[in-house]
Design a protein around this ligand. Structure first.
Ligand code: F6R
Length: 613
């Protein structure tokens, strides 16, 4: 989740770029860079100082020659290639004339790079992005103008991108394009801007325009024009922006939580990008555990806290079902202190959005001390957990600001299910066609989450009806159980209401005694195999006076008989349902908290990252 900015026609290019990069800091980053371009000359500075990168860049830029009117800047959130200065953007082509910045992931970068290297191109970074500089260089070499060179280059790449390119042999032009990753263009008299996020150019531009997928924009001081990938002219839609900086950082949403809930389709999509080779092999670039080691795993232990623990619980079902491996899931703070048994062949997976949760780090340390191989699932590149583990798989949810975790959860489930599929491939517990079908199903989840988000108003209506309720039980079976736990956690932490998650079958072993009129039972009822049993459980609570809210699939005709309110979701493979079913529950918790006047981004007593035991 990098941030990008560009300006052409400005009398204070560097200040514009550096201020914009500072404004993008809220997205989080590990390195930063700028390139200034004028006739025959490119000047570049890059730093990789973690959260100090932009400050260090400002120091470097004191050495910049004066008089550049165009440039591009970038804050990097590493995906391919370590967070080091050589991998920071902008990247240059072999001649040093073409400079590019890129946010996203080029899925087929390895093949493209091999072809370019075979044709003599010299690469200086380990990034996927650098291929774009060399592709543009080749097209320019064939005589194409920069806009055409970018268009032709993009025909070759698969994946996600917001990219901006400059060329010192065609100065005062920036060509930018997007697919999936965000990009806006801004204008002011005599100056044109581009940015991944509006805050970066909010106080400079006076008009803003949205770039859509597969559109290419040529910007000059006089303004811009746009084409599609076939070269046909397109008009960019002007945006009405009457935001202050704080609203802009929230992308126009009222708070970070609703922004992050809305970003979930992208979080899943980004986490899946680049994870499957042409031959069907599930692959993790950054995973430093060999296939042989993974094949030899005898037992898996997942350690995590809070929401990440719920994602880990989903992984237990997926790894056991698909890879036929025994899985234990431990609360990180419990694992460490109970003298855990680590036998040969134990793979420990530490799951943490921040990668800084002390309980999870300590559990991972303990596991390594006892001889386990430890894989981290982290949303923050180079987090402490990532650094201290033998290997890491990154979720690519982007910076999560709201204390209550939302998009990190769905990205964690996606990453863990991918790992489950990889283990199944290596252990040959699923056929290649089963893995292909499951991967395809996983690729559809992002669109299904978007569908559920579009039904948000239904959830608001239910929440309005239930604002007076004080006791909630969230029930589910199979992977509906961790989803119920996560739904209950969201409600309690945001609205301070009593909410418990339970396996539906366990209710009659005690908690049923608490069910009486006024209690709300929220059921995750989407698993067809468990449906009949769950309906019986709901009939039991209904008979005792509870109000029932059910998350049910679009094709479920029986649910209305036992539920007072039904929140509909599309049908999907049961193992993928937590990523979909959690969405109405997040929206429900959000609506209840807002209805009760609570601060959804900063619930009382809680911290985003818990670095004390
Ligand atoms: C709940 C929540 C927390 C975190 C937990 C672990 O909404 O955000 O329960 O999930 O503190 O944090 P990470 O994943 O950063 O280790």
């Amino acid at each position: 989740m990098c941030g990008i900015i560009g300006v052409v026609g400005s009398s204070d290019t560097l200040d514009t770029l550096l201020e914009g990069l500072t404004r993008l800091e809220y997205r989080g980053y590990d390195s930063a860079g700028v390139a200034l371009v004028r006739q025959g000359q490119t000047w570049r500075a890059r730093t990789a100082e973690g959260t100090e990168s932009v400050s260090a860049l400002k120091e470097e830029c004191k050495k910049a020659p004066r008089g550049f009117t165009s440039g591009i800047g970038h804050t990097r959130w590493a995906t391919h290639g370590a967070p080091e200065a050589v991998n920071a953007h902008p990247h240059l082509d072999c001649s040093g004339h073409v400079a590019i910045i890129h946010n996203g992931i080029i899925e087929n970068h390895a093949e493209i790079r091999a072809e370019l290297e075979a044709r003599g191109h010299l690469f200086s970074s380990r990034t996927d992005s650098e291929v774009l500089a060399h592709l543009v260089e080749e097209a320019r070499g064939g005589g194409a103008e920069l806009m055409e060179a970018v268009r032709v280059s993009l025909l070759t790449v698969r994946g996600a991108f917001a990219v901006a390119a400059m060329d010192a042999t065609e100065p005062d032009v920036i060509v930018a394009a997007r697919r999936i990753s965000p990009l806006v263009v801004g204008t002011a008299p005599g100056v044109t801007y581009l940015a991944s996020d509006i805050p970066a150019i909010l106080d400079r531009a006076t008009a803003f325009y949205a770039v859509n997928d597969d559109e290419i924009v040529r910007m000059g001081p006089e303004g811009f024009r746009a084409i599609d990938l076939e070269g046909a002219p397109v008009r960019l839609k002007q945006l009405t922006i009457d935001w202050d900086l704080e609203t802009a950082e929230k992308g126009g949403f009222d708070d970070f939580m609703s922004k992050e809930i809305a970003e979930q389709p992208d979080a899943i999509r980004a986490t899946l990008l680049d994870r499957r080779r042409k031959d069907g092999t599930i692959t993790f670039d950054e995973l430093r555990v060999s296939d042989d080691e993974l094949r030899d795993v005898k037992r898996v232990v997942l350690v995590a806290a809070g929401t990440s623990h719920h994602a880990a619980l989903v992984a237990k079902y997926a790894i056991e079902r698909w890879a036929r491996l025994g899985v234990d899931v431990d609360i990180a703070s419990e694992y460490r202190y109970r003298d855990p048994i680590v036998e040969v062949g134990t793979l420990v997976i530490g799951v943490s959005q921040s990668g800084e949760t002390i309980d999870t780090i300590q559990a991972a340390r303990e596991a390594r001390r006892r001889g386990a191989r430890v894989v981290a699932i982290s949303n923050i590149v180079d987090s402490s957990l990532a650094r201290e583990s033998d290997a890491v798989i990154y979720t690519r949810a982007g910076l999560e600001v709201s204390v209550a975790s939302t998009k990190a959860f769905v990205a964690q489930v996606a990453a863990l299910e991918l790992l489950a599929l990889r283990l199944a491939q290596l252990r040959q517990t699923l056929s290649p066609s089963d893995v292909d079908a499951l991967f395809l199903g996983l690729s559809h989840v992002s669109a299904q989450v978007a569908q559920v988000l579009a039904r948000g108003a239904d959830v608001d209506d239910v929440a309005k009806q239930l604002l007076g309720a004080r006791d909630f039980f969230f029930l589910g079976r199979h992977v509906g159980f961790p989803t119920a736990l996560e739904g209950a956690l969201k409600l309690k932490e945001l609205s301070y209401l009593h909410a418990e998650g339970y396996p539906a079958g366990e209710l009659k072993h005690g908690p049923l005694a608490l069910i009486e009129p006024g209690v709300v039972v929220v059921a995750v009822a989407t698993d067809p195999a468990m449906h009949e049993k769950l309906l019986s459980n709901l009939a039991e609570v209904k008979a005792r006076g509870a109000t029932v809210v059910a998350v049910a699939t679009d094709d479920d005709e029986k649910i209305e008989a036992v539920a007072d309110y039904v929140l509909r979701v599309p049908v999907t493979e049961p193992m993928f349902t937590p990523m979909i079913d959690i969405v109405p529950l997040q929206l429900f918790a959000y609506a209840m908290a807002r209805g009760l006047g609570k601060n959804v981004d900063r619930p009382r007593n809680l911290a985003k990252t818990v670095t004390v035991e």
